[in-house]
Ligand binder design. Structure first.
Ligand code: NI
Length: 178
């Protein structure tokens, strides 16, 4: 039996690395995507990027309610509008903030079979994709906060790291984003 993937949390340097282009989708990567989906659903979350499981490569898995998907080497080619939403991240567990992002995006990428995808996304789907793209660029939610918010978040995360990993989940976790 395969050990479940461990989702990396804030402080792990892999979350700050710029992920590398995927040059070849092999069986191991397909299997990893399946394991990532399992970890994502277990969390629960609606997206999980490869760096969040320690793999610094440009792909992520997601399911915002319409079934599982994988996007390989994704790129946002256009964005417009503005939308504020209370956004969380599995790598910064149990915290969330009002984050402003474009409401609509056009995204290009590939699926696991190498088919080129061109996706117009808005609202939650667009937000999810932008959030995952950030992970591939080594960016995390804390980068969007003002100084006071960031200080408060870091204090909570520090206290948490000292009190150990086992904490009961709080209500509302299921609503938070990847
Ligand atoms: Ni995230």
């Amino acid at each position: 039996m395969v050990a479940p993937l461990r989702i990396r949390v804030y402080g792990d340097p892999v979350l700050r690395r710029v992920a590398e282009e995927v040059t070849d989708v092999d069986g191991a990567m397909v299997e990893l995507c399946e394991e990532m989906l399992t970890a994502m659903y277990d969390a629960p979350g609606i997206g999980l990027a490869a760096p969040q499981v320690g793999v610094s490569q440009r792909f992520f898995v997601y399911d915002f309610g319409e079934g599982p998907g994988v996007l390989v080497n994704p790129e946002i080619t256009e964005s417009d509008g503005e939308w504020t939403y209370n956004e969380g991240c599995l790598s910064v567990p149990e915290l969330s903030w009002e984050i402003v992002r474009p409401r609509r995006i056009h995204l290009r990428g590939y699926d696991l079979h190498g088919n080129e995808l061109s996706i117009e996304a808005k609202d939650l789907e667009a937000r999810l994709f932008q959030h995952e793209l950030d992970h591939l660029a080594g960016k995390i939610l804390l980068d969007y906060l003002d100084d006071d918010q960031r200080r408060a978040a870091k204090r909570i995360l520090r206290e948490r790291a000292m009190s150990g990993p086992s904490r009961p989940p709080r209500a509302g976790d299921g609503l938070s984003l990847p």
